[in-house]
Design a protein around this ligand. Sequence first.
Ligand SMILES: [Zn+2]
Length: 208
Amino acid sequence: MAGDSETILELKRVAGDMALDFANTCDHQAGVIVADWLRSYADLLDWVGRVGLLEGAQVEHLRHVAARQPVAAAHAFQQALALRAAIYAIFSAIAGKQPPATEALAYLNAVLAACQPHLQIEPEGEGFRWGWAGDSDALDRPLWPLARAAADLLASPALRLLRQCPAEDCGWLFLDTSRNHTRRWCDMDDCGNRAKARRHYRREVAGG
Ligand SMILES: [Zn+2]
């Protein structure tokens, strides 16, 4: 869970995967969002810039475009929230050994279809990387690498490492890359310690 981070720039990244870290920009309790750090299009830009999904110059450019087109930016923000909800629904279902909802997969596929024409290969250093071509004014550009990251994880063997934090007001998703695959909490300092404190309290009460 997000703990006491005030802004999305301070939010912990514990998932070991970009798409899951994006899903973890809010806390869930019984399937409902109880705390949210993604509150505006500006937050979305801050986040994708911070994690390196878009380059700094691109992020600044989109900030200017959003300032000129606030209605379109608000629309792109709603699309980002819908994508996050779809990513959360898909991966929390899989973590719980359930098949993901068809609508959630359909939404992810719709975003993938929209970004596919922009996908290109770019030189980077001695090698190459996936990049995004054209339309630098597209306010939904932050969604493209996010949808791709989610799709990559779904198609990756790393999916079997997917876990969900069992703290009731957290619901964060992560890849358990611990050596013995025994990681239980999103963050031992946060949810892990709270659980330990509760167990301790219950023992004290039981012991009189
Ligand atoms: Zn947690």
